[in-house]
Design a protein around this ligand. Sequence first.
Ligand code: FAD
Length: 276
Amino acid sequence: MDLHHITAQQSPQTPDEVQTWEPGLAWLAGGTWLFSEPQPVLHTLLDMGNFNWPSLQAVEETGLEIAATCTIAQLHAFGGSTGVPASWQAFPLIQTCCESLQSSFKIWNEATVGGNLCLGLPAGALISLAVALEGTCVLWPRQDLPRSVSALEFVTGVQQTVLRPGELLRSIHLPASALRKQPAFRRFSQTQEGRSSALLIGTRCPVTAEILLTITAATVRPVQLRFATPPGARDLAASLEAAILPTAYFSDPHGTADHRRHLVHYFAPQIIEELA
Ligand SMILES: Cc1cc2nc3c(=O)[nH]c(=O)nc-3n(C[C@H](O)[C@H](O)[C@H](O)COP(=O)(O)OP(=O)(O)OC[C@H]3O[C@@H](n4cnc5c(N)ncnc54)[C@H](O)[C@@H]3O)c2cc1C
């Protein structure tokens, strides 16, 4: 789409070249969302294409570092590689989550992991991955020191994040301790390659047997529940009711809030049973 309100595009070599920030500026990553609808409040795009951050760095003992500019296609290809540590049981989640976007050829090849997180859509499947695998987001503010927030806290609502004006998402770190966990995955979409109505991921720690249940797409922001031992059906239902108020379920043409609540209560026991 031609963006008629955009009058300038800049291509800084490093983020430090952008010292001052004003309304109307926006970081440009893959552009798959920015160019998909009118952007009347923007006048200048700051292309991140020259930053040349290494897309992926895997270290068995510490985990996986994903640059915000890593494309979903690159992450997916990495998820299918054979050289990953055998202990990273949760690794298949990477490809499964990449495949959980409603993505055309263009989106698949251009969209970035960081763009997916920063857009903060409930159906952001890379948000689901980062939260379920206990990721930490590294943020680079303008004229301030870098800071870190957990992926769980990063998205605060529908298309809302903790990012301050001009702040960059630099990278997402998935710790090895989470990558070593046993995963379970459930997703519903109204069409085969459609946008997710509900996406739930469970992980079970091989050391403590603790179960972490992450609920996304169905809710306006990610929700995570922690169980020291597998909960029974009633306890699980009660925990879900306590953690997700009726107003916290998302509603759009891809699913009503009631239907999404039904999906969460349908899939959660399956995940617990699979992991237990
Ligand atoms: C047909 C269609 C289907 C789609 N389906 C889905 C879907 O199923 N699920 C989903 O989640 N999304 C979907 N999207 C939205 C979008 O394509 C994806 O979320 C994609 O991952 C965005 O990544 P991008 O790199 O293209 O971001 P961009 O479009 O470049 O940027 C998105 C936003 O994030 C900001 N931003 C990007 N990177 C950074 C950064 N590192 N730091 C700070 N701010 C940043 C930009 O300024 C902008 O506001 C869809 C879009 C279309 C057009």
